[in-house]
Design a protein around this ligand. Structure first.
Ligand code: ACM
Length: 673
């Protein structure tokens, strides 16, 4: 019993001191004395500047405060009398179209007699309201805000999330929910990847065959697009659209094959990677078409930046078309990179006419592309550095691919400007920030929450908080709190596995499978499922889709193993790890039995077996260490070989704790008989 209690104590989020739960960590936090009690007299007044956006923001915050405290309070903005508990003091509206230089700073002073949130702009006030909500604390008697003085301003101006709705569509409600989550962690750019080989997702009135033939009926109407842009603006979030070209563009040509590099008919591409047709950069008509299309879209997307894609241009279609090859050679272009640079120069002219700055993936970095282009580095951090050295501004994405199933630590410790940087201060200013990417080959709107969150919080903090904020255990502690906050607002983070498992297993006890999925995780991006490549048409409702990246027991195990390694005679990590691993060993027979009920559960058996063996190795390794006995060389060779094998997916899933168990075995290296 004592052991189980220990485990619960380790798993429980820290209650109480909510100053320690802020995410992202503000620039400066000075604790005060006492607390501002929250009761039914709670009111918010807006003094000085006010507008509808600010009022809506305050009213949403009041509703969330009500939800959190179950206190019935007045839901509208109050008159600014002396006794109002929270005053919001704003200087001005902020940019009419939120710019990259929007002032997002705020200060928050909480004392026992009242709180003041002050900000130069409405966007700053929206950021501060999120902080107020995160500060709500309770004890047995009351809810309160702890007395504190906070000064806060973001480290980077561009803190984004790319959402790929091309490969798998995401309904408007899910996009809005994602924007709500982004606002909670102070992200400020939704990079909306709206067209792909697998789907063209916006309604075009001018070229209706784009969405009619290129989307399988899954697209946003112009009204919905405007509505999302307004919703984002209400939360201080810019929307940067991406229409990827000249590659990743097959879906455009289902309706308009005349602009493609090969003859039609062309159909929506179902396979991942590679490409079918790409844009023909040699025809004047191509640029007229693109210009007219962009001309239609700029009326929907007011942001000053426009993403042209430019990644992974499969040039076989340029090479196979003799007319394109002749055209290129006749103009003295030796390579297809030069041809793409030409295409980009033409795009740049089009965008300039619409007053847009061009953004593109790092493949577009070329001497012929003007240096006021923004380079989004995805193939490696070195592209960001090179771009800055060559005078380009840049955004970092390479380390922030959420679809690569990596632990939050990896995202957290990747800094757009590391302390070791060799960029000069001027070059550093060209680094605008970063963007997490949620590509959707293996993600549906139903699995998005669990693939984004809570890890996106780690990226958000990296981009907002001071560079010195790098405490990984504290990050995990606060990500756990964030996961709970998201869950409370209807995001499926902690509840994801249970809900998805229900699709496969509509009745019966889910506990063993849920338990497995606290430690088993999806394969890395690019690792095929059981040796099979999937396509867009593959249902995303298998056991792998019920699993979560960086599942909760992985970090718990990492932390316990760290403690054990430091002091192998400390009973707490030893006993807790023992409980965990014994529980994992016991899963195999139960999961084998459940597998009799449906083939889908059978796909979990190999990983359950690997987990059993991994646990056995871990338990035996701890016993050798603790007893001071030595494993023989056969034991060590077998353990090492098995752990090596378990680095790979077993069936559809991976055992997330293999590296931790390897650390336990590592304690025995060098003491082999
Ligand atoms: C990309 O991941 N192809 C930008």
């Amino acid at each position: 019993m004592r052991r189980l209690l220990l485990l619960f104590a380790l798993a429980a989020p820290t209650a109480g001191a909510q100053l320690g739960s802020l995410l992202p960590v503000p620039s400066s936090v000075t604790p005060g004395t006492g607390r501002l009690v929250l009761d039914t007299a709670f009111r918010v007044a807006i003094t000085r500047f006010s507008d509808d956006r600010l009022r809506r923001g305050v009213e949403r915050a009041i509703l969330r405060l009500e939800e959190r405290t179950a206190l019935e309070v007045a839901r509208t903005v109050a008159a600014p009398t002396a006794s109002v508990p929270l005053r919001v003091v704003v200087e001005r509206a902020g940019d009419r179209v939120q710019s990259i230089d929007e002032d997002e700073s705020y200060t928050l002073e909480v004392s026992p007699t009242g709180a003041t949130l002050a900000a130069p702009t409405v966007v700053g006030a929206l950021r501060g309201l999120e902080t107020v909500l995160q500060l709500i604390t309770s004890d047995a008697a009351t809810h309160y805000l702890p007395a504190v003085s906070i000064r806060d301003t973001p480290r980077f101006r561009w803190r984004g999330l790319l959402v790929d709705v091309g490969r798998h569509f995401m309904p408007v409600e899910q996009v809005k929910k994602t924007l709500d989550g982004m606002a909670m962690v102070k992200l400020n750019v939704l990079h909306w990847h709206l067209s792909e080989d697998q789907g063209f997702r916006v309604e075009s009135k001018r070229f209706p065959k784009l969405h009619q033939l290129g989307s399988d009926g899954e697209y946003y109407t112009q009204e919905q697009l405007r509505n999302v842009v307004a919703y984002a603006r209400d939360r201080g979030i810019r929307v940067v659209p991406e229409f990827d070209m000249p590659g990743h563009s097959t879906a455009w040509f289902v309706g308009y094959p005349q602009y493609a590099s090969r003859a039609g008919p062309i159909s929506i591409r179902r396979a991942w990677g590679g490409a079918d047709a790409i844009f023909d950069p040699t025809k004047e008509a191509t640029y007229t078409f693109i210009s007219q299309f962009i001309g239609e879209m700029v009326r929907i997307f007011p942001d000053a930046y426009w993403h042209i894609g430019g990644d992974e241009v499969e040039d076989k279609h340029w090479n196979r078309n003799p007319r394109i090859v002749r055209w290129r050679r006749a103009r003295g272009m030796r390579t297809n990179e030069e041809l793409q640079a030409h295409f980009n120069q033409r795009l740049m002219r089009i965008l300039r006419a619409y007053n847009k700055h061009m953004v593109g993936w790092d493949e577009i970095l070329h001497p012929k592309v003007p240096s006021n282009t923004v380079i989004q580095s995805w193939r490696g951090t070195n592209y960001l550095r090179d771009a800055a050295k060559r005078g380009f501004t840049g955004i970092l994405s390479a380390p922030y691919y959420l679809d690569h199933i990596k632990p939050a630590t990896d995202f957290y410790l990747a800094d757009p400007i590391p302390t070791t940087t060799d960029l000069t201060p001027d070059e550093q200013r060209r680094v605008l920030g970063g963007e997490a990417c949620m590509w959707s080959e293996f993600v549906s709107y139903e699995t998005t929450d669990s693939r984004l969150w809570p890890r996106l919080g780690a990226v958000a903090e990296r981009l907002w908080s001071p560079q010195s904020v790098t405490d990984v255990p504290d990050m995990y502690r606060r990500l756990d709190i964030l996961a709970g906050r998201l869950e409370a607002r209807g995001f499926r983070v902690q509840s994801h596995s249970a809900r998805m498992l229900r699709k496969l297993f509509p009745s019966g006890d889910l506990a063993p499978l849920e338990s497995l999925l606290t430690v088993a995780q999806p394969p890395h991006f690019g690792q095929s499922l059981n040796g099979k490549q999937t396509t867009q048409l593959h249902p995303l409702t298998r056991i792998v889709d019920a699993a979560r990246p960086d599942p909760p027991a992985r970090w718990m195990t990492e932390r316990l193993v760290r403690q054990f390694v430091v002091n192998t005679s400390d009973p707490i990590p030893h006993d807790s790890l023992t409980v965990l691993m014994r529980r994992w060993q016991a899963l195999v027979p139960v999961i084998r039995e459940l597998a009799g009920a449906t083939p889908a559960i059978g796909e979990a058996v190999p990983v359950a077996e690997a987990l059993e063996r991994t646990s056995t190795i871990g338990l035996e390794a701890m016993a050798f260490v603790r007893n001071g006995t030595r494993p023989d060389s056969a034991w060590l060779a077998n353990a090492t070989a098995d752990l090596k094998r378990y680095e790979q997916p077993q069936g559809l899933l991976r055992v997330s704790v293999v590296p931790e168990i390897r650390k336990l075995v590592g304690l025995l290296q060098g003491v082999v008989q």
